[in-house]
Design a protein around this ligand. Structure first.
Ligand SMILES: [Zn+2]
Ligand SMILES: [Zn+2]
Ligand SMILES: [Zn+2]
Length: 129
């Protein structure tokens, strides 16, 4: 006989019940409807959700390898219009990203290049010699 054990069990159940009640309240009834920003168009390859069918189509090209956008100045092809546009900076020489360090002022065509430059040249973490 261990009466303290059964008492503890009852307490445990009460805690569980109150937790359930709190969860139901924060979920507002628990129904899945009413979410206006629902992403109901799913990628058939990775199940990523999108709000518009066009977005799924464009996203799925990263899985299918389809590249409908071709550069008119070289033979490279791209899956997304934005990627092509970014690529074409190598032809136009456009460099929208400039180093914020006053005595540097180097310019880069891609944010990643700028960040790499700043890490290599202006960060103590990457300071060499
Ligand atoms: Zn996907
Ligand atoms: Zn090109
Ligand atoms: Zn710099």
């Amino acid at each position: 006989m261990a009466p303290s054990d059964s008492h503890g069990h009852v307490l445990f159940n009460q805690v569980l019940n109150s937790n359930d009640r709190a969860r139901a309240q924060t979920q507002g009834g628990g129904a899945t409807s009413g979410n206006s920003k629902e992403k109901r168009f799913l990628c058939m390859f990775c199940n990523k959700g999108f709000r518009y069918p066009q977005k799924v189509e464009i996203h799925q090209r990263i899985h299918t390898g389809e590249k409908p956008f071709s550069c008119n100045q070289c033979h490279m092809r791209f899956a997304q219009a934005g990627t092509l546009k970014r690529h074409q900076r190598v032809h136009t020489g456009e460099k929208p990203f400039s180093c914020t360090h006053t005595h540097c002022g180097k310019r880069f065509s891609e944010r990643l290049y700028l960040r790499t430059h700043q890490q290599k040249n202006h960060s103590t973490l990457y300071h060499r010699k």
